[in-house]
Design a protein around this ligand. Structure first.
Ligand code: HEM
Length: 268
């Protein structure tokens, strides 16, 4: 019991919580990117992948709930730590400090990054909300796709035939006519949903900016995570910072390749 109390009530405990939940969110972001990349293998690959996920039923819901709890703890501990830091900071920092050597400069840059983490985190949370409304709740009014015959384009109507006359090569590729598919009964046409969604230029640009911010947040977050867990020492410091930077760039390239690939016509 004292362990739980210490975790939630001391600065060190909160830092551990941030690090552990951050690691969980990083794991999700990585897996989600790998799933998204199946779009480059064609409609059948990503539609089949999504159908497998959707067929997990209760396991999917438990995972979603777990992710929500992890994100909530991460955000809650970030706000608590930030308010405690503010209270503890008796002397206000100078607006501009001239760096005198590399160590001092690095310290200032890292302090600046850590203070902006709360803001980038809030913007990422808002993006995640838009993203859920876009592709999970499929709210037609926010997808920006031009109306067809006066009707909003509704991703809720995008389904595929799971098997077409038993021919394996057309399974999960052939779209079902509007109004024929049923949620929970037919496979969702994630390929058509994503290619249609990112054909709107401002939606794609918005995703690229949001993912860029997420990767900056992650690059600093991964460094902080290793530090909180006591793994960052003088000898591992350089390796960890290189790992954080590389991971952030790979995620940025992986995620943005989807909207950019669609926008520039590589994925149709
Ligand atoms: C260009 C980048 C991205 C693409 C193409 C993309 C694509 C998608 C799609 C198609 C879905 C719906 C999946 C389905 O119903 O089967 C989805 C769900 C989701 N995405 Fe993304 N995503 C991107 C970036 C992100 C980022 C950066 C985050 C995290 C901050 C994220 C978090 C989520 C979450 C939490 C869900 C809900 C999963 C669920 O339904 O259980 N996505 N994404």
């Amino acid at each position: 019991m004292w362990l739980v109390r210490n975790l939630f009530n001391t600065s060190l405990g909160l830092k551990y919580l941030m690090a552990l939940t951050g690691a969980g969110l990083f794991g999700f972001v990585l897996m989600h990117m790998l799933g998204n990349l199946t779009i480059f293998a064609g409609p059948a690959a990503i539609n089949q992948y999504a159908a497998k996920l959707h067929s997990l039923g209760p396991i999917l819901w438990v995972t979603r709930l777990g992710l929500l709890v992890i994100a909530a703890i991460h955000i809650w501990s970030a706000f608590k730590l930030s308010s405690e830091n503010k209270k503890a900071r008796k002397v206000h920092y100078e607006g501009t400090v001239k760096p005198v050597d590399t160590d001092r400069k690095n310290e200032i840059v890292s302090r600046y990054a850590s203070r902006t983490m709360i803001y980038s985190g809030m913007i990422i949370a808002m993006f995640a909300f838009y993203h859920l409304a876009h592709y999970t709740w499929k709210v037609p009014q926010i997808n920006g796709v031009e109306q067809i015959n006066g009707n909003d384009v509704d991703f809720e109507e995008f389904f595929v035939y799971e098997e077409d006359a038993g021919e394996k090569q057309v399974a999960f590729v052939t779209p079902m006519p509007k109004g024929e598919g049923k949620e929970g009964e037919n496979a969702v046409d994630v390929y058509r949903m994503v290619t249609t969604g990112f054909s709107v230029w401002w939606v794609s640009v918005f995703y690229v900016i949001a993912v860029g911010l997420l990767c900056v947040h992650l690059s600093h977050g991964l460094n902080a995570m290793f530090q909180s867990l006591g793994i960052k020492t003088r000898t591992t410091e350089k390796l960890i910072s290189r790992f954080a930077c590389t991971a952030a760039w790979l995620l940025f390239i992986g995620y943005t390749s989807v909207p950019l690939g669609i926008l520039f016509g590589f994925v149709k």
